[in-house]
Structure formats: C-alpha cells, structure tokens
Design a protein around this ligand. Structure first.
Ligand code: HEC
Length: 142
C-alpha cells in the first residue's frame, strides 16, 4: 500500500469517527437545558427544592422512580383512578408520556386543567429531545 493510500484511508476513518462522536454527543440529554425548562415550565406549580412543599402541584424532589401519588398531595380523582390497581412508578416511560401531554395521558388531571380558580394549565412539551432533557434534570432532584 502506498503512503498516500494510508493517509487517505486514515483521514476517511478519522472523519467517520468525528461524525460519530458528534452525533453521539448531540443525542445525549442536556441537564442544563432540562434545568431551565423545569424551572420555567414546571416551577410555577411545583416546588423543586428539598423543602418538599406542596404548591399547586406536589413537590418534585425525588420524583424520579417515586410511586405516583405518594407525596401526600391531595390528588384529583382522575389522577387517582389512573394510578390505582397498578404499581405506577414515575419512570422514564411514564414521565415522558405525562409531560408530553398531561391531559391525554390522564384525562381531566389537575395539571392540564383550566378553570376559574386556576387559569393556567400545562399542555405539555412537544419536543421529544426537550422531554429527555427535562427527565435528565428531574433525576438530579435528590
Ligand atoms: C399549571 C400547573 C402545573 C404545571 C405548569 C406543571 N404541573 Fe405537574 N402537576 C400539577 C398538578 C395540579 C398535579 C397533580 C395532578 C392531579 O392530581 O391530577 C401535578 C402532578 C405532577 C406529577 C405527579 C407527581 C406525583 O407525586 O405523583 C408529576 C411527575 C408532574 N406533575 C411533573 C411536572 C413536570 C415535569 C412539569 C413541567 C414540565 C409540570 N409537572 C408542570 C400542576 C402543574
């Protein structure tokens, strides 16, 4: 093999490696983006600190892998019906489905409800990669 072939294949090999590393890096959830999203979109209704206060919704400290409804918060009937009878844990799959569209996952949940007492409601996070970022940050709340 000639030296210029070795160089050529070397350059092609390194280029693929860099492309792969770039792709892998961008496909990882970003905890810092998640933190900003959670502070801005969830913090209006949820306490995110170790103080574990109930606000409009239950506190989110330690929510990852927590049993749904186990915080002592006064949940809606819709929510309690959804989680009853099964071992309902806030794992990646359930968190992803809930924050994607709360009212679709749990019809009539308080989290997605507008009413006279609570004019704001949470309709969900459309972007799948932003939901991954949010869940990555929720995991750090412990
Ligand atoms: C408009 C207020 C509001 C916003 C904004 C909001 N939530 Fe909620 N959330 C609630 C309420 C109210 C409940 C209780 C739901 C029920 O009982 O029907 C709840 C319940 C939850 C639960 C269930 C907790 C448990 O202990 O079982 C999780 C998880 C959750 N919210 C995550 C989030 C995340 C993550 C965000 C931001 C991406 C968010 N929420 C934004 C009001 C809100």
């Amino acid at each position: 093999m000639q030296i210029r072939h070795i160089l050529l294949y070397g350059i092609i090999g390194i280029s693929f490696l860099l492309l792969f590393v770039g792709w892998w890096y961008r496909s990882q959830p970003d905890v810092e983006i998640g933190r900003r999203l959670v502070v801005n979109s969830c913090g209006v209704c949820h306490d995110l600190t170790a103080a574990q206060n109930h606000e409009r919704g239950p506190y989110l400290w330690g929510v990852y892998n927590r049993h749904a409804g186990s915080s002592g918060f006064n949940h809606s009937e819709a929510f309690l019906n959804k989680i009853s009878g099964s071992d309902f844990i806030w794992d990646d799959k359930n968190l992803n489905a809930f924050i994607s569209n709360p009212s679709k996952f749990i019809p009539r949940t308080e989290m997605g409800k507008h009413d006279s007492k609570h004019p704001t409601a949470f309709s969900g996070i459309e972007s799948a990669s932003n939901r991954e970022d949010v869940i990555a940050f929720l995991k750090t709340l412990r």
